[in-house]
Design a protein. Structure first.
Length: 420
């Protein structure tokens, strides 16, 4: 379940989403260009046309195929950002219109069956752009068709009268606008349906995660009632269990609230990182009954950053909590603090099972939890999303690295003016 497709606030999430959609568009174009080229070549052979006609269709198909491959490679470049990706997508729509116009012109204009090619960029726009862009592409398809007919008639040896081409000039542009309206309508239906399914899953997951601590607290209270009043050690054990469940619940609710709006930095102060990291890390290690697994390598030189303390604590708790949650007892969790130029560098490492590259990209999306497996999962899949949102709001960056063994999360923040 990933609700982030409906409201993508972070620039990194938006870029990942755009690249994914563009990749789907490119693959779709490969499919229809291959099919159309094959059909055109076979049809020309069956119709007894010169072999040059079939070769021409194949040549056009190969050119578009190669251009599409170039788009695919550019789309995968890491340094290609949001504006560049949008420009690439618009360039592809322009190419689709150009190909449709060229082939229609080559086929003689008015009676060309290739007029259907103008519908392809309209459908493609529905995959990757908002409704207003779909309508714009529908209008441009109609305009390109009219321009193609005009150019065909202008260069023809036997130009047709205006009355002979009036019907297609009116009919096809109107049809393209209607098609754009249909595509927008289907976009809305698909979005509403998917959103309803996603929110149903989300509510079920939220209910499960809220019921778990509530039922656990109820069981602990029942056990406390049966515990003899003189058994202080037993009572203290249950009180610690209540505190852990309460902390988990508060962290879950805090993460949920952090996703409700854009984060604004209000009330920054200069904070010394080492004692803050130590306090947060020890508290989490004790919650997991794993204080001996904690390894702290904090810089002896004091490191300060400007931050909203409670927000920074939220980010650190999420990351350190994940390191303990997804690694077994007895395996070390190491936290390192260093200076790196004008930055403070925090690294949290665990020795858990690790995650593959495909999963890593999804881990920064909101509600990144598969509900089928939710019974064994604590939380709503918001930890890394919220942490990166907070770190980026503080003009920093958060990165995750993982392989078959262990995961490493690196936080980079600008150091404060206080130096010791």
């Amino acid at each position: 379940m990933d609700l982030s497709r409906f409201k993508i606030s972070g620039s990194t999430d938006r870029l990942d989403h755009l690249k994914l959609q563009n990749s789907r568009l490119i693959k779709l174009r490969w499919f229809y260009i291959g099919v159309l080229t094959l059909i055109a070549a076979i049809s020309s052979i069956i119709a007894g046309l010169p072999s040059s006609a079939a070769k021409q269709y194949v040549a056009i198909g190969l050119v578009v195929f190669v251009l599409n491959a170039i788009f695919y490679l550019i789309n995968r470049l890491r340094y290609f950002k949001i504006r560049g990706t949008y420009a690439l997508m618009i360039l592809q729509l322009a190419l689709d219109l150009a190909v449709a116009s060229f082939v229609t012109y080559e086929q003689g204009g008015v009676e060309a069956r290739t007029t259907v090619l103008f519908a392809i960029p309209i459908v493609a726009a529905g995959l990757i752009f908002a409704a207003k862009i779909v309508y714009l592409v529908g209008f441009l398809s109609g305009a390109a068709y009219i321009a193609t007919l005009w150019l065909t008639n202008l260069t023809s040896v036997n130009p047709q009268e205006v009355s002979e081409i009036l019907v297609p000039v009116i009919f096809y542009p109107a049809l393209f606008i209607l098609l754009a309206r249909l595509v927008v309508y289907l976009m809305k239906i698909a979005t509403i349906s998917t959103r309803d399914e996603a929110y149903d899953s989300f509510l079920a997951l939220l209910s499960h995660q809220m019921i778990h601590p509530a039922s656990t607290v109820r069981a602990i209270i029942d056990q406390l009632e049966r515990t003899p009043s003189g058994s202080h050690a037993e009572i203290k054990k249950y009180i610690n269990m209540l505190k852990r469940e309460n902390n988990d619940l508060l962290q879950l609710l805090n993460n949920l609230l952090e996703t409700s709006s854009e984060y604004k930095i209000i009330g920054e102060e200069e904070i010394e990182l080492a004692p803050l990291l130590e306090a947060v890390a020890f508290k989490i290690a004790e919650n997991y009954n794993r204080p001996n697994d904690l390894r702290l390598d904090l810089s002896k030189t004091k490191v300060y950053v400007f931050a909203v303390k409670q927000k920074l604590v939220t980010a650190l708790v999420n990351i350190i909590n994940n390191a303990f949650q997804y690694s077994e007892s007895g395996l070390p969790v190491k936290i390192t603090l260093r200076r790196s130029g004008t930055d403070a560098l925090i690294v949290v490492e665990d020795n858990g099972p690790g995650v593959n590259e495909a999963v890593q990209k999804q881990m920064f999306h909101k509600y990144n939890v598969k509900f089928d497996n939710a019974a064994g999962v604590k939380g709503l899949g918001l930890g890394l999303y919220v942490s990166r949102k907070i770190v980026q709001a503080h003009r920093g960056s958060l990165h995750l690295f993982s392989d078959n063994i262990g995961t490493r999360v690196m936080i980079k923040l600008k150091r404060g003016k206080h130096h010791e």
